[in-house]
Design a protein around this ligand. Structure first.
Ligand SMILES: Nc1nc2c(ncn2[C@@H]2O[C@H](COP(=O)(O)OP(=O)(O)OP(=O)(O)O)[C@@H](O)[C@H]2O)c(=O)[nH]1
Ligand SMILES: [Mg+2]
Length: 285
């Protein structure tokens, strides 16, 4: 596969976001980290581990409606630890408030106990929501708050007092989600993020995305290609894509219309035309 210019990330923004997040973290009991269930590893931010310290963490694997259910289960088992609970959700269609409140109480059980032992009436638990762009932070906050609470864009330089969204008597969320950049100095991570829409298209070409996706599917899920397009797998990614073009009639004056082929193939991937696909397995990468 052809290698492109290196995908750029933005250390300046990252440092600022991380600093702000560190401040906000002091005010919460635990963190809700949202990751994309289709790429649970690539959609994490490695810096979070460093700034979260010992705070409990609830990992939400979002967009589970688009991910491979079997692998989602494997990911949950893999990511669950003492201080970490994991739940997979469809943040748009599911009713998940009770599940989140319940998981929060389990995560913070020792804190709640401690307060009780001291004779203090346990106050509502406080959490901040964080994750890389496009994983569903605002969708979740707005759904839980039943209103448009979370801003969809950052306002740099504007300091405002922290707002809490009271979900019920037991749980409050910070209204501003912490946006962290993914780590994509690894080309594969960048390609996966672009393929699933977490970083803008402009940093990679459709050709690169299509070639990456078809090569990955040839290796990891060839039957999805065979069944979706009615083709045989060929010796190279390009030859396989050629078959897709022929089957779909992406031709122009007898030649393959490469533009149309690449764009349509990437669109197919984004629309789950090849089924529910999780692009990485636990332990790998
Ligand atoms: N199918 C599906 N779509 C989802 C899910 N969660 C979020 N989305 C969609 O993903 C897109 C991004 O969601 P947002 O809530 O804006 O993501 P965000 O994390 O706030 O993104 P930034 O504000 O850019 O950091 C929207 O189009 C949502 O409708 C989910 O669980 N399933
Ligand atoms: Mg948002």
């Amino acid at each position: 596969m052809q290698n492109s210019k290196k995908i750029q990330w933005f250390p300046g923004h990252m440092t600022k976001a991380a600093r702000q997040m560190e401040e906000n973290l002091k005010k919460v009991d635990f963190v809700i980290e949202i990751r994309d269930a289709r790429i649970p590893d690539s959609s994490r931010n490695p810096m979070l581990d460093g700034i979260i310290h010992t705070k409990p963490r609830l990992i939400i694997l979002s967009k589970k409606d688009k991910a491979d259910p079997k692998l989602t289960k494997e990911w949950i088992t893999y990511l669950e630890k003492d201080n970490v609970r994991v739940i997979a959700l469809d943040l748009v269609h599911e009713n998940y408030k009770a599940a989140i409140v319940q998981a929060s109480k389990t995560l913070c059980a020792s804190f709640i106990e401690k307060q009780k032992r001291r004779g203090i009436k346990p106050r509502a638990l406080r959490a901040m929501v964080c994750g890389i762009p496009n994983v569903g932070k605002s969708t979740m906050i707005n759904t839980l708050a039943k209103r448009k609470a979370a801003k969809t864009a950052d306002k740099p330089g504007v300091t405002k007092s922290l707002q809490w969204i009271k979900l019920d008597k037991d749980l409050e969320l910070l209204d501003t989600p912490g946006v962290l950049w993914p780590k994509f100095d690894d080309q594969q991570i960048g390609l996966k993020l672009a393929l699933l829409g977490s970083i803008r298209d402009e940093v990679v070409t459709m050709d690169e995305l299509a070639m990456f996706a078809v090569e990955w599917l040839m290796e990891n899920n060839p039957s999805s290609l065979i069944e979706t397009y009615g083709i045989e797998i060929q010796d190279t990614p390009w030859h396989t894509l050629e078959q897709v073009a022929i089957k779909r009639g992406y031709l122009q004056k007898g030649q393959i219309d490469e533009n149309r082929l690449m764009n349509s193939f990437v669109k197919d991937m984004r629309e789950n035309k090849c089924g529910l696909i999780t692009w990485e397995k636990p332990n790998v990468g």
